[in-house]
Design a protein around this ligand. Structure first.
Ligand SMILES: *Cc1c(COP(=O)(O)O)cnc(C)c1O
Length: 409
């Protein structure tokens, strides 16, 4: 037997079945027209954003990084809750535009921006978080050509990283951002080139549950921003995106990050900012923390087999929708996500079963040796923590399977 990850708060049983909001898993599947299905809960997201706002200093803007989940109805809901959006491609710009998001509150990071993406960004008035000198020069040239001053910030590759992060995105040689020591010269060139100077973006890591490590990194981000702003010498920094990093528990033993500690420590720093940052608009950008636990992936048991004494529950879902749960999206050792038999949610576990997908590869595992209620053909399997990096971060075209259904309730 191998442990399952912790089921997030906010899920309970109705008539023995997993309920999301007021509806049972079976009713949701019927309403959506079948499985595999991602269900995202508005109420869950609302509670999460409210708790975060209550913990963080009032002047900290909350941005949503849409790569976590760009489902249009969810984005439209996020637009009522957050202060801005972070995108990472021209395709995501089209998605936020279609969702009716205020483009003045959108910033565009990510390496390898093509000229047509830069042009679309300049014309739409979003902020470019430039990832290199070359990119900044191309953005300025495009601004001259189309007759609009590009709004430009510089993404900094800091000399430190967020310790213990699931994904490291700063510290040492990286494809992200501009090495800190070259940022002042680049920022001066951007300002001299006639851009609408927006400030700095410093992102040091992701998926972190250690509040002390996050607080310490945020302190370093503020120190670095202060020294860079002074070296740039163009007065107080207009904006600072301090990155994100708040993670969610996926695996047995993971404990939720204590946002009270993060907020208190940030509040202490905000109360005592240097002149260079005293008037700066501060933002934090989060993806999975806002939406990850608000999503559940539901699939149906198509077959039940025994092989060498082990039970296999074979579902119509799999890694083509939930790559991360299969352990193939940035994890070193495969561990089980939280998984349940959705239509037997309050039944006692009685057997050890392997929950697998329908793809013809041994990588397609949703839970290994999980202790579960006895599931039969036609039952529903729920994989939790499916609100982020699921539907669009999985190879849905693999084996001709196609997309899952998605609903927001
Ligand atoms: C992916 C990404 C995020 C979101 O990360 P989460 O772990 O989902 O919060 C935020 N900012 C940048 C720059 C990113 O690349």
């Amino acid at each position: 037997m191998k442990p399952l990850g912790p089921i997030p708060d906010g899920y309970h049983a109705i008539g023995g079945q997993l309920a999301i909001g007021a509806q049972s898993a079976r009713d949701l599947v019927d309403a959506a027209g079948g499985t595999p299905l991602f269900v995202y809960s508005r109420a869950h997201i609302d509670r999460r954003v409210a708790a975060l706002r209550a913990a963080m200093p009032g002047q900290l803007a909350i941005h949503y990084a849409i790569k976590a989940n760009p489902f249009p109805p969810l984005l439209a809901h996020m637009a009522t809750l957050v202060d801005g959006f972070d995108i990472a491609s021209g395709g995501e710009l089209a998605i936020v535009r279609d969702a009716g998001v205020d483009l003045a509150d959108v910033s565009f990071a990510g390496p390898g921006k093509r000229d047509r993406e830069l042009e679309a960004a300049v014309l739409s008035g979003i902020t470019l978080n430039c990832e290199s000198e070359n990119e900044a020069q191309r953005a300025l040239a495009i601004g001259d050509r189309v007759g609009r001053a590009p709004r430009i910030a510089v993404r900094v590759n800091p000399d430190f990283e967020l310790k213990g992060s699931g994904m490291k995105m700063g510290g040492g040689a990286r494809q992200f951002g501009v090495d800190a020591e070259r940022v002042p010269a680049l920022a001066k060139a951007i300002i001299a080139g006639g851009a609408d100077w927006q400030g700095l973006h410093i992102f040091a890591g992701s998926q972190n549950l250690d509040a002390e490590a996050i607080a310490e990194t945020q302190g370093k981000v503020l120190d670095l921003a202060d020294s860079l702003a002074r070296a740039i010498g163009a007065g107080p920094l207009p904006k600072l995106n301090i990155g994100g990093g708040l993670g969610i528990p996926y695996f047995a033993g993971d404990v939720p990050v204590d946002i009270g500690i993060v907020g208190d420590r940030l509040g202490e720093r905000f109360a005592d900012l240097p002149d260079s940052l005293a008037q700066t608009t501060m933002a934090m950008e989060l993806g999975r923390y806002l939406v990850g636990e608000a999503g559940v992936y539901l699939c149906e048991v198509i077959d039940r087999k025994i092989s060498h004494g082990e039970v296999f529950l074979i579902t119509d879902g799999g890694l083509h929708h939930q790559l991360a749960a299969s352990g193939n999206f940035g994890t070193v050792v495969r561990r089980n996500y939280p998984v349940a038999v959705a239509n037997r949610f309050d039944a006692e576990p009685v057997e050890t079963a392997n929950v697998v997908g329908c793809l013809c590869t041994p990588l397609d595992r949703l839970a290994d040796k999980a202790f579960l209620p006895a599931a039969r053909i036609g039952d529903l399997i729920a994989v939790f923590c499916a609100g982020a990096y699921g539907a669009t971060a999985s190879p849905m075209m693999f084996l001709g399977q196609g997309a899952a259904r998605e609903i927001l309730v």
